[in-house]
Design a protein around this ligand. Sequence first.
Ligand SMILES: C[S@@+](CC[C@H](N)C(=O)[O-])C[C@H]1O[C@@H](n2cnc3c(N)ncnc32)[C@H](O)[C@@H]1O
Length: 224
Amino acid sequence: MNEAIFDRVAAGYDSWYETEVGKAADQVERVLAQTMFRPSGTRVMEVGCGTGQYTAWLVQEGYTLTAVDVSGEMMAKAQARIAAVGGQVHWWQADISEILNQLGKFHGIFSMTAFEFVPQSEQVLAKLFDCLVPGGCLLIGVIAGNSPWSDYYQEVARKKPTSVFARAKLYTEENIRDWQVGGRLELGQCLFFPPAVATAAEALALEERREGRAGFIVAKWVKE
Ligand SMILES: C[S@@+](CC[C@H](N)C(=O)[O-])C[C@H]1O[C@@H](n2cnc3c(N)ncnc32)[C@H](O)[C@@H]1O
């Protein structure tokens, strides 16, 4: 199993969502991913559920949900979040690369900001695509390579080699278009403001202009 590098950051992970820039980033990423995710039925898997930021939404949507994460500490936070709001989830603490032959079939597979940390992401995604029923979709959201946000995270990693970002691989839209995953690919972009923005209001004003390189990519493969 890959080392669960997020175990040691789980305690403080959600504090990002309380910052001005974190709130704005979450808002624009959430709108894009939630709009694009259109599973063909109720059986859904979330890969890299983390502290449950999106798990709660997937439960609210009424999906029969399997949530996978390699980090026990992150998943414990997700479990506490779902226990507080109510809802059924099949929790599966595992490295996704190691359970690809045990997954079964899904109408939708959803993953936000996790594939940056999954080695051999193209191969793993192709195997996940095989787990979709016809009409199903596989959606990932990732920090965009070659953007102000990848520059920022690379600097974080340079200054602090123990940071989780030192383990991240950041992909460009061109990289993702080259991947052989399967089906029809749709791409969406957001995060058109820089990490150094001062307020959420300023961030959202910049987001409306959609200028420069996007910091976040949502990719969806649909099995036709
Ligand atoms: C940056 S967090 C994102 C969590 C959540 N999706 C969110 O948007 O807040 C990445 C999560 O992916 C998980 N992860 C990374 N590699 C994984 C793997 N190979 N298998 C399963 N989970 C993995 C980490 O443990 C972590 O909880």
